[in-house]
Write a protein that binds this ligand. Structure first.
Ligand SMILES: Cc1cc2nc3c(=O)[nH]c(=O)nc-3n(C[C@H](O)[C@H](O)[C@H](O)COP(=O)(O)OP(=O)(O)OC[C@H]3O[C@@H](n4cnc5c(N)ncnc54)[C@H](O)[C@@H]3O)c2cc1C
Length: 450
């Protein structure tokens, strides 16, 4: 626990959930000089919302569950209203048939075996709570039973009957197949609270979860940012870390009815990095655009070179002739990479339909192929539409490391970096790529180091 001078100048790079939540908690703790530098014209990062025909849609993060205690508390504070997602269905593209989630996930397992394993999951997950820290993954390397893929963890606990169920929130939400995602990440996500919600939602019970923000997740963050100092359009040219931290950047300012580019330099006592923590993004940030010199330390380069991401695509089409039986349709069995995993038609009175797909690390299949796959699918579902897509976004998603890297102590070394060169880290890599764990991590970071 540290208590720094409350007038310390703190610069936060990145105005996504990691950066804004850190600024929010610093302000709550009494820090008066906190500035967020965001490179885009809007805050929110992977929370991105648009409006089409008077309805708001999320092109990035969308759902909240009852486990989102910190997010819901802030939402109440800023007055961001929510609505409940209706029931979901599954669609099997091989047979062309819709079914309930329960039926789809018990296709290869008896209902009795599935139910018994679901009960046992609660007990096994409870044991894991003692091994996972309050936030982040420091010390997880000390638990060899967690240094494996989630599928191996399920196998070890004799819980493979739940595999198809876990494909929905994990594989279809872009985190990789169960043999790819390291167990600590999947177990952070699938807390007992979230697992219970998943079971009840899957069984079609009338529960008031998951929820979405009426005006979208990005607009929630915009409301949060109104109470914080945020400089948007900040194009950082260099960051120099010595006794003080010098950040040079350009931004846009109004000059009558024009936007003009202005040079800025800010000095900070502490720096918080809340960008996706991959080596190319950090090198770009820390390489002086005049001299070409990279300011990252060797340890930072070594650690961040191990981070990988999963490009996740969200494509929308305006399909006036398509009516899905439910607003949310999951595709099972898991389609091949590049093909749509999830379809959402958020409103009965609005033709905007979203398709979620994943590609590999090399961005393959490419944009055209991903869109062709979507066209094949919606024509199979009955739409005759022949035009272009409305939006296509490919996100730098799920910064993470492999299970073996976790076993080798990656997170222990990463946590040791906190505070070195007056620099701190937050966001998806540190916490897991979901809003609530990120808020939890930022809150913890502020409590522990500031
Ligand atoms: C399609 C999709 C669906 C999702 N669904 C959900 C969901 O239902 N529920 C949920 O909880 N989560 C969901 N997520 C995940 C959630 O959006 C992310 O976990 C979260 O946004 C990560 O926050 P972050 O701050 O770590 O990173 P980001 O959101 O990536 O924010 C990083 C910020 O840094 C900025 N930045 C980058 N480089 C620079 C630079 N050089 N200078 C200044 N700023 C920079 C970026 O512009 C961005 O604003 C989803 C994500 C996607 C893509």
């Amino acid at each position: 626990m540290s208590n720094k001078n409350k007038n310390s100048r703190i610069g936060i790079v990145g105005g996504g959930p990691g950066g804004l939540s850190t600024a929010y908690y610093l302000k709550k703790k009494g820090y008066t000089q906190v500035t967020v530098l965001e490179k885009l014209p809007e805050v929110g990062g992977l929370c991105n919302s648009i409006t089409f025909e008077n309805r708001s849609f999320d092109l990035g993060a969308n759902y909240l569950t009852p486990a989102y205690k910190k997010t819901l508390k802030i939402a109440k504070e800023v007055g961001a209203k929510l609505y409940v997602e209706t029931k979901a269905y599954c669609y099997n593209p091989e047979t062309g048939k819709y079914s309930s989630i329960l039926k789809a996930v018990t296709r290869d397992v008896s209902f009795f075996k599935f139910s018994w394993q679901a009960i046992r999951y609660f007990f096994e997950r409870r044991k894991v709570s003692k091994k996972l820290p309050k936030a982040g993954y420091k010390g997880v390397s000390q638990h060899p039973d967690l240094a494996c893929s989630f599928e191996d963890w399920l196998r070890d606990k004799n819980l493979l009957g739940l595999k198809e169920l876990f494909h929905i929130p994990i594989t279809l939400m872009g985190y990789g197949k169960l043999h790819e995602i390291p167990a600590p990440y999947a177990l952070t996500y699938m807390s007992n609270y979230t697992f219970l919600t998943l079971l009840m939602f899957g069984a079609g019970l009338p529960i008031p979860w998951p929820k979405r923000f009426i005006y979208g997740f990005q607009r929630f963050w915009e409301k949060v940012s109104w109470n914080l100092t945020v400089i948007k359009n900040a194009d950082i040219h260099s960051i120099k870390r010595g006794d003080e931290i010098q950040v040079h950047f350009t931004t846009l300012e109004h000059d009558m009815n024009q936007l003009i580019k202005v040079e800025k330099q800010m000095t900070f006592d502490y720096l918080v990095l809340a960008v996706p923590l991959t080596l190319p993004i950090l090198e770009n940030l820390f390489t002086d655009s005049n001299t070409g010199h990279c300011e990252l330390t060797n340890e930072e380069k070594r650690l961040f070179s191990k981070v990988v991401t999963h490009p996740f695509c969200l494509t929308t089409f305006i399909l006036r002739d398509l009516k899905l039986p439910r607003r949310l349709v999951n595709l099972l069995p898991v389609p091949e990479l590049g093909k749509p995993y999830i379809i959402t038609q958020q409103f009965d009175d609005n033709p905007l339909v979203s398709f979620y797909s994943r590609t590999d690390e090399h961005n393959q299949p490419d944009r055209e192929k991903v869109i062709d796959y979507i066209k094949d699918l919606y024509s199979q579902l009955g739409s005759q539409y022949e035009g272009e897509c409305f939006t296509h976004d490919r996100w730098t998603y799920f910064p993470h490391v492999e299970a073996l890297t976790i076993k080798e102590g990656f997170y222990d070394h990463l946590e040791e970096l906190q505070g070195k060169n007056n620099t701190y880290f937050t966001g998806g890599l540190m916490a897991f790529e979901l809003i609530e764990p990120i808020l939890n991590y930022s809150d913890n970071l502020v409590n522990e180091y500031f």
